[in-house]
Design a protein around this ligand. Structure first.
Ligand code: MTE
Ligand code: MO
Length: 327
């Protein structure tokens, strides 16, 4: 797992990661006091359990996954450092420097509930889910409603695969998703009782099965860091970033349009559809331009309708889609 595979997007020095300080698997086995002979028998202690016990993500050996060249963009990648240290994850605090606090999140065991209008409700562990999907890497643009943007290589699988596993009934029109919100010790932001926890988001079935809707499990060729939404988050790059819900534990298929976290707080500012559009301003600021993480806020580039993914998603919305589709 410590083999450094040189990838095109890896920057030489700036992207040096703390992975060199991680123990390798043999050291973990030693640290746990397991005799080498026993450790060689994989069934004695599942490697995943040992790794999780040692604080390492048990999926580390799954990455890097093959890149799908269909999803690349014409602008430079954000550095791994910037994408993993400037985050929005309100469960850990309502500011951008939550990456350290987010390490408190326990990501095993991690059970995901699939319920509502499906043939049969069920729960599945993240590691079992990962065995049933095919992982790939996609470079996507990402645009926060606050007007910062990044470009990152996500690893994961098409959300369509999850929908197929769920076997929704024909009456299902939307998918409601929830983030874990169990422990205030882990997630100090939950103490801010005026927020409508748990973080909740939703997509229409057409959006969820669109090729662009991606379930993220990795980032920069490694398991997705906790601050970026481990072990399972959404990436819907044509929408403002708040739609890309992190650390998901539940997918509910429903015939009702879900009320989302940000919509409940300020529905005029953060609507359900939230498609990126430079021509529709946020009530308190312009959306015409954006700045790139790692750059200066004063270095603006034009925003793009559907964040540049109109070809893939514009057909999902009425031709004369009113402003309500864009905020
Ligand atoms: N559970 C949860 N998911 C969330 C958020 C959050 O606060 N809680 N913030 C959203 C917002 S506003 C943005 S811009 C993106 C940020 O993702 P990143 O930190 O990986 O860049 O996560 C989204 N998903
Ligand atoms: Mo955001």
């Amino acid at each position: 797992m410590l083999i450094k595979v040189k990838r095109g997007w890896e920057l030489p020095e700036s992207a040096v990661t703390p992975e060199d300080v991680f123990m390798n698997r043999r050291q973990i086995v030693k640290a746990l006091g397991i005799a080498p002979a026993l450790a060689a028998t994989a069934s004695v202690l599942p490697a995943g359990a040992a790794l999780a016990a040692a604080g390492e993500d048990p999926t580390v050996d799954l990455y890097p996954v093959p890149r799908n060249e269909k999803y690349t963009v014409d602008r430079p990648l954000t550095t791994q450092h910037d994408a993993t240290t400037y985050n929005n994850y309100y469960e850990f605090g309502s500011h951008k420097q939550i990456s350290k606090t987010a390490q408190r999140l326990e990501i095993r065991p991690w059970n995901i509930k699939i319920d509502g209008l499906v043939e049969k409700e069920f729960e599945i562990g993240i590691d079992d889910l990962l065995k049933q999907v095919s992982l790939e890497e996609r470079v996507y643009r990402f645009r926060c409603v606050e007007a910062w943007a990044m470009t990152v290589p996500w690893s994961g699988f098409a959300m369509k695969q999850l929908v197929e596993l769920a076997k929704p009934l024909s009456g299902a029109k939307y998918i409601k998703m929830n983030t874990i919100a169990e422990s205030k010790a882990e997630m100090p932001g939950l103490r801010q009782f005026w927020y409508p926890w748990p973080y909740q988001e939703g997509l229409s079935m057409e959006e969820a099965t669109n090729e662009m809707a991606f379930m993220v499990t990795g980032l920069y060729g490694k398991p997705v860091p906790k601050q970026n939404g481990a072990p399972l988050r959404l990436a819907v790059p044509w929408k403002y970033g708040f739609k890309s819900i992190k650390s998901i534990i539940q997918f509910t298929f429903t015939d009702e349009k879900p009320k989302t976290f940000w919509e409940s707080l300020a529905e005029k500012e953060y609507g359900f559809w939230a498609n990126v559009n430079p021509a529709v301003d946020h009530p308190r600021w312009s959306q015409a331009t954006e700045w790139q993480l790692g750059g200066r806020q004063s270095d603006r580039v034009p925003s793009r309708i559907y964040n540049g993914y109109g070809e893939q998603v514009a057909h999902l919305y009425p031709k004369d889609a009113g402003e309500s589709y864009f905020r």
